[in-house]
Design a protein around this ligand. Structure first.
Ligand code: NGO
Length: 523
């Protein structure tokens, strides 16, 4: 933003709260605050003018663009009946724009697919982006500028209170392409409805990857038609001995489609060669001794491995990858690769090399935990850094692309502090400030920031038996990860972030999210 515009905006009652060319946030308290997470690249917000949704408000979308119309319908559903007996109708653009409307418009001059511009005046709201993803993110920002009671949706119309957003001008684009969450559905199984709720919650914060940890020692969670016992036998239990479960291929496809509507790419993971007891118990031929072990319901790691010398193992992997690749439109296949204690380094590297070629033959790009760095990585393979004691800098220096999931900062299954009943603590206690107040680029220095594909917050489910448990560990820390993934490093300040974080409380309450009321945050 240039100086004359700034003066003009200030004269018009618009206050800049974050902008690349301005003083850091927090240097002067903004007259009119907002609570948008992740923090946009630039946001100018009015002190005294606002847009109010009325019973006349319509959502205008381009003619004949079904993907944008779907975003319009989502926005309509989020607003719900907060302002009128009916959610705002979605209608194609005509010769004139009705008063008090919200306009979604495609503007191909905007550079990246996820970038958007949101302009709110007293008369109208305009969200412009070159691609549907950007419009979706603009709509999420608008949603966060509306009062939290909107989240009661169709349940609690609050006719006495105006549904208003402050006049504003926002220009926004993400820092990283990969902004992920991982859910471990193997240690404890979560139903597709539960996973859909998680997708809804992560997409509110502009996360765009959901990595599903679909197989581990305790459970195999995805139907494989050519190896039916994997799900039937391997899906039958979970940590603690509960009933477990698995997704049919139809359910998985439905989940993928649901995620895609929210601009979330599903990244399926089949962990191998270790963490495979559920497969080993389902098929004796995957074991070097030809004997299937008992199902496992504890939480130890590192004891299992498929027989890396046997052809049956590679037939199995080829079939599994082929079936999962066929129902996964996203480009990635996560092969795990972590914590194998029963193989030599050479056996391990040869196995990963061979599996990379299988994944490639089915048209997918390999993602693996950082141990796979010991193999000859294909140029397209992505390494997910997780072990706090292993620096990813050497990998980055070799030109490897890295997703940062440092366990001591980003593992959502770590306890907040010693008093947290749920979670583990092997990597660290991670209070909210620990989760926010650091930067992934420092871990890879001196390699350039371009070696970081993005960030991802895994939530391992050894101790979480319900979605309420999952939510308690994920919120508020997932919002911190979302901001690290999206917002410019130079704009991030803990003292300013914690205020915006505290302001999420009424929204989470309205959404029924079971969040941790950290003493570090002004709720
Ligand atoms: C490790 C391990 C998982 C555990 C998790 C618990 C990785 C990549 N492998 O992370 O099996 O569930 O820690 O925090």
């Amino acid at each position: 933003m240039t100086r004359p515009v700034a003066i003009l905006l200030l004269a018009a009652g618009i206050v800049t709260t974050a902008c690349a060319t301005h003083a850091p946030i927090g240097s002067a308290p903004p007259a009119r605050t907002h609570a948008v997470i992740p923090l946009p690249q630039s946001i100018e917000i009015s002190r005294d003018r606002a847009f109010t949704i009325t019973p006349q408000t319509v959502i205008v979308v381009p003619q004949g663009d079904e993907r944008v119309a779907a975003i319009g319908r989502s926005l309509s559903a989020w607003i719900g009946i907060a302002a009128a007996p009916q959610p705002p109708p979605v209608q194609p653009a005509g010769p004139s724009i009705p008063p008090a409307s919200i306009v979604l418009t495609v503007d191909t001059s905007l550079a990246s697919a996820e970038a958007y511009e949101l302009t709110i005046t007293a008369e109208r709201v305009t969200i412009a982006a070159s691609q549907p993803a950007g419009l979706f993110y603009g709509a999420q920002t608008l949603r966060q500028l509306l009062p939290p009671f909107v989240e009661y949706g169709g349940v609690r119309p609050d006719a006495a209170r105006p549904v208003s957003a402050p006049a504003a001008r926002i220009v926004d684009a993400p820092r990283f392409a990969w902004r992920g969450a991982m859910l471990d559905v193997a240690r404890h199984f979560f139903t597709t409805d539960e996973v859909k709720r998680y997708i809804d919650l992560i997409s509110l914060y502009k996360l765009n990857r959901l990595h599903l940890h679909l197989a581990d020692d305790q459970g195999w969670r995805i139907e494989i038609v050519s190896w039916p016992e994997l799900a039937r036998t391997g899906g039958r239990t979970q940590v603690g001995g509960g009933a477990g479960g698995f997704y049919t291929q139809r359910e998985y496809a439905d989940l993928v489609a649901y995620a895609a509507q929210r601009f979330v790419t599903i990244v399926p993971e089949i962990d191998m060669p270790g963490h495979t007891n559920a497969a080993l118990t389902s098929y004796a031929e995957l074991n070097c001794n030809g004997r299937a072990p008992e199902p496992y319901t504890g939480i130890d790691v590192g004891f299992s491995a498929v027989c890396v010398e046997s052809d049956a193992t590679y037939r199995f992997i080829d079939d599994v990858v082929r079936e999962i690749a066929a129902m996964t439109p996203g480009p990635y296949m996560h092969i795990g690769g972590d914590e194998v204690k029963t193989l030599t380094r050479d056996q391990y590297a040869a196995f990963i090399n061979r599996v990379q070629r299988i994944v490639e033959s089915h048209g997918k790009q390999v993602v693996g935990w950082d141990e796979i760095g010991a193999a000859d990585l294909l140029p397209t393979s992505i390494v997910q850094h997780w072990r706090p004691k292993e620096s990813p800098a050497a990998l980055a220096a070799r030109g490897v692309k890295v997703i940062v999931s440092a366990a001591n900062r980003m593992y959502l299954d770590m306890k907040y502090d010693q008093a947290t009943a749920l979670g583990l603590n092997w990597a660290a206690y991670i209070e909210v400030r620990d989760a926010y107040d650091w930067d992934p680029a420092a871990l890879l220095a001196p390699a350039p920031e371009s070696s970081i594909v993005g960030v991802e917050a895994p939530l391992w489910s050894e101790t979480t038996t319900t979605m309420r448990d999952v939510e308690f560990l994920a919120f508020p820390r997932l919002a911190a990860v979302a901001e690290i993934g999206w917002s410019r490093r130079e704009h991030r300040r803990w003292n300013e972030f914690k205020r915006r974080l505290g302001a999420q409380a009424p929204r989470w309450t309205a959404l029924g999210v079971n969040f941790y009321r950290s003493p570090q945050v002004p709720w």
